[in-house]
Design a protein around this ligand. Structure first.
Ligand code: ATP
Ligand code: MG
Length: 437
């Protein structure tokens, strides 16, 4: 029979790779909690209009990358969530979080779906760690959002990340900038790529986002958003820089940075890692002061980021700092003779209750085959239960690395098998893994 394969641009996480994700997610939850962010989980499917209205009709996400679903018998189209911020705002309003104490600080770790050309660090389903602060317009909130990302990187042992920072102004100052941009680009229209010629009419700010090599010289001479900021936007941008200075976070002012989504106001930023090639942006975000109103809420400022976790894992790999390895078993229980398997299972279960990682044979293999299977696992001890041992209430405990074997009364098994330095209570505490990492 022909095998069915996973869709292009997607991947499986095998048990070998899962611990990296688990350790990364645990670290994220740990840092986010210390910054006062609560976790939000939203559906994978959302109304199509949610992103059309917010991300913008003329953006790549909405024009080319959304997976659109037409459920049977329905004329209301759904999409697979392409980005997290609009969904977070929808949930904030729909659950009445805007009526409670403000600001509201939310984070999520969720898959996003974009139909783009798959390549290293670019998938059709990818996971983002996103963080949003709703209801704080002050520049210290922008600084805190950037600090959250940078703290996570530091705790993962990552260095060499660069914060690129810009301000793109607000509805008060952007029209003047847009005008200047049009005056600069119109005479050059014939030399621009087809996409940029279209952008000239639909979304001139995105001219600065063009990646086509032939268009780069034009970009270099284009007017800069920072030269057109109104007084309030200028003050906000200056204050953000002071706050980052106070936090000791280095940044590079990048006047050409505009970012792909329509809803950004004032602050935009990206955090890049040099070693990743073309897909070097690990985190992108900014301020979106009009977005909540645009989705029918009260005027509420907001700021946030999205961080691609596949790219972050690639970065950690490249930096030689992979997070978390699979927990090895403490013991593999091998059974021989007439020892009742149900009693052995109960023994294994009792050891697990005491915080140990234990497995056993279920398929009736010979003792030799069981020990061979144990030898292939990452496991410290084989616990051998034959008729003789069982009759005496004992087990033979073999340390696989050294081959040393001794008899241990069943009542003392847990103490003997427990890895040095671990106590039973710590194994069941949620943060134990994180604190030791
Ligand atoms: P890019 O310019 O690389 O396409 P973007 O501007 O589309 O990124 P955002 O929408 O800001 O990206 O998403 C936030 C982060 O999510 C990115 O910085 C990146 O780390 C990650 N990301 C975005 N698209 C993908 C993808 N297709 N595969 C993997 N990670 C992605
Ligand atoms: Mg993109």
């Amino acid at each position: 029979m022909e095998r069915i394969q996973r869709p292009r641009g997607t991947y499986d996480v095998t048990p070998e790779e899962a611990p990296r994700w688990q350790a990364l997610e645990a670290r994220i939850r740990h840092v986010a909690a210390r910054f006062g962010f609560g976790e939000l989980r939203t559906p994978v499917i959302e109304a199509r209009e949610l992103f059309q209205r917010t991300v913008g009709e003329t953006t790549d996400i909405v024009q080319k990358e959304m997976y659109v679903l037409t459920p049977p018998g329905s004329d209301r189209q759904l999409v697979l969530r392409p980005e997290g911020t609009a969904a977070a705002v929808r949930a904030y309003l729909e659950n009445g979080l805007h009526n409670g104490p403000q600001p509201v600080k939310l984070f999520y770790i969720q898959p996003m779906f974009r139909h783009e050309r798959p390549q290293a660090g670019r998938y059709r389903q990818h996971v983002q760690f996103g963080a949003e602060i709703f209801g704080a317009g002050e520049a210290t909130a922008d600084a805190e959002i950037i600090a959250l990302a940078m703290t996570l990187f530091a705790e993962l042992g990552l260095e060499g990340l660069e914060v690129h920072l810009n301000s793109i102004g607000c509805p008060a100052c952007r029209p003047r900038y847009r005008q200047a941009l049009l005056e600069y680009y119109r005479p050059r229209a014939a030399e621009l790529c087809a996409d940029c010629r279209a952008r000239l009419e639909t979304n001139p700010l995105r001219l600065l986002d063009c990646k086509v090599p032939a268009d780069q010289p034009h970009k270099a001479g284009a007017p800069r958003t920072v030269d057109y900021l109104c007084q309030d936007c200028r003050a906000h941008f200056d204050e953000l820089q002071s706050a980052l200075d106070a936090l000791g976070i280095a940044y590079r002012l990048d006047p050409g940075l505009v970012r792909g989504l329509d809803y950004y106001t004032r602050t935009v930023f990206e955090i890049k890692y040099g070693g990743l090639g073309a897909q070097d942006t690990v985190c992108g975000g900014g301020r979106y002061d009009g977005l909540i109103e645009l989705l029918g809420g009260p005027p509420t400022p907001g700021v946030g980021f999205g961080m691609g976790l596949e790219r972050l894992l690639l970065t950690l790999e490249a930096a030689g700092r992979p997070p978390g390895a699979r927990r090895p078993l403490d013991a593999y229980v091998a059974v021989a003779g007439q020892v009742p398997r149900t009693r052995v299972l109960a023994l294994v279960q009792a050891l697990r209750h005491q915080g140990l990682a234990v497995d056993m044979d279920h398929v009736g293999r010979s003792l030799k085959a069981q020990l061979r299977a144990a030898g292939r696992l990452p496991v410290r001890y084989a616990v051998i239960l034959g008729d003789d041992e069982w009759a005496r209430g004992e087990a033979a405990v073999r340390e696989l690395a050294s081959g040393q074997q001794r008899r241990v009364p069943l009542g003392e098994l847990a103490a003997v098998l427990r890895p040095a330095g671990a106590d039973a209570a710590a194994e069941t505490r949620g943060s134990a893994e994180v604190d030791r990492a």
